[in-house]
Design a protein around this ligand. Structure first.
Ligand code: PMP
Length: 399
């Protein structure tokens, strides 16, 4: 019999395992470790949202929904997106409810890429981008952003990566893992490039409610979606979901908004692979969009306080880190210690029981940094920062 590992499709066997998961398997079950690792809110979903899911079950709503998702939810999504981004989508034909933004990413690549088509995206980036492109038989073309440049995506770098095979430009602002927010003038230049080269833009805006504006980062900043720029709505697939701002990761719910032809193509794959998103999650999401905004703001303010704490403590310990404009990540520069990001993270874990993610888990452009997630309780972050300060002081004194 042919060995089983030789039966795995080549494009699957060639995929690396997620660097985050590998690292966090070391941490599982260790209560002594403070984890600034996995990018997930430490808050449970707000109670009124959980209650909506419970009520849906109590009413016996345990069936499939329309493939596109409940119409009531699609209407709420269209209203929310109009308010947040100033872009209008028709709930009947331009909104598809998915199993997280994860599924939406998979659908968009599978529906738009022929084998060998290229997707340009910025790195360091969310771990699933390159594998999702490869699984759709596309070619991943990363463009590096740089710590010296506060991880701004430069239009000239995007332009240099575009070839005759480029079909999609994939953007993620605010960015996981850096927390970077793209300056408007650069976003406008990137939009102009998309028009010039006739590209579809896939914009993953899953962190867009989590912005830290004003002088002290406590004000809700203003998010500009590339879909709202002139000429962009017709060539953009806007991805958003409930995992981050509403702290609903386990509900597995996201959505794609796009012109009808693209929504229809994604829906075709979704109906055969997923059928629909879970109905109780969809009912909970209706409640989230109708009444959840004050809770989102409460959580955003808590993240802003934690962000400020980390920023101050990194500055005090001499660890260079730019002030991120969004999401819930810090991406400090650890190059001065002469260690790789993996060595730094491993030693920090071994010596001080603090878990951060090596920057190269987010692509080679992340090497030299580590990701610290501040979706963790304030007092735990305080302890983690004390431990980290001791750790870097030891490194400086040759320990
Ligand atoms: N996009 C980005 C940038 C993310 O950070 C994540 C989750 N970490 C996702 C998509 C996937 O989110 P979900 O499937 O839970 O909606």
């Amino acid at each position: 019999m042919k060995p089983l590992h030789e039966r795995i499709a080549k494009h699957v066997s060639g995929l690396p395992r997620s660097g985050i998961r590998d690292f966090f398997e070391l941490v599982v079950g260790r209560d002594d470790v403070i984890s600034l690792g996995v990018g997930e809110p430490d808050f449970p979903a707000p109670w009124h949202i959980r209650e909506a899911a419970i009520y849906s079950l109590e009413k016996g709503q345990t069936s499939y929904t329309s493939n596109l998702g409940l119409l009531s939810l699609r209407q709420e999504i269209a209203d929310y997106v109009r308010k947040l981004f100033g872009v209008d989508y028709d709930p009947a034909t331009e909104v598809l409810v998915t199993v997280g933004v994860s599924e939406a990413l998979d659908l968009v690549f599978r529906s738009l890429l022929d084998p060998g088509d290229e997707v340009v995206y910025h790195e360091p980036c969310y771990v699933s981008y390159s594998p999702s492109i490869v699984l759709a038989h596309g070619v991943a073309v990363p463009v590096s952003t740089r710590v010296e440049d506060n991880f701004v995506l430069r239009a000239e770098d995007v332009e240099a990566a575009i070839t005759a095979r480029t079909r999609i430009l994939l953007l993620n602002f605010p960015t996981n893992p850096t927390g970077a927010v793209e300056p408007l003038e650069e976003l406008e230049k990137i939009a102009a490039l998309a028009v010039e080269h006739d590209l579809i833009v896939v914009s993953d805006e899953i962190y867009c409610e989590l912005l830290y504006g004003g002088p002290d980062g406590m004000e809700p900043g203003e998010h500009v979606s590339i879909a709202s720029l002139p000429g962009m709505r017709e060539r953009t697939v806007l991805l958003h979901g409930f995992s981050k701002a509403f702290a609903m990761t386990g509900f597995r719910l996201g959505y794609a908004c796009a012109p009808p032809e693209l929504t229809e193509a994604m829906m075709k794959i979704h109906q055969y692979s997923m059928l629909c998103a879970p109905i109780m999650s969809q009912q909970a999401a209706v409640e989230a969009l109708r009444n959840g905004t004050p809770e989102v703001e409460r959580m955003r303010r808590a993240y802003a306080q934690r962000r400020n704490l980390m920023l101050k403590r990194f500055a005090d310990m001499g660890l260079p880190c730019f002030a991120p404009g969004g999401a819930f990540y810090m991406f400090p520069d650890i190059r001065r210690y002469g260690l790789t990001s993996k060595e730094f993270a491993m030693r920090l874990l071994e010596r001080e029981n603090v878990a951060v993610v090596p920057g190269n888990a987010f692509g080679p452009a992340g090497e030299g940094c580590v990701r610290a997630c501040y979706a963790t309780a304030y007092d735990k972050i305080e302890i983690a920062m004390d431990r980290m300060a001791r750790f870097v002081k030891d490194l400086e004194t040759g320990g």
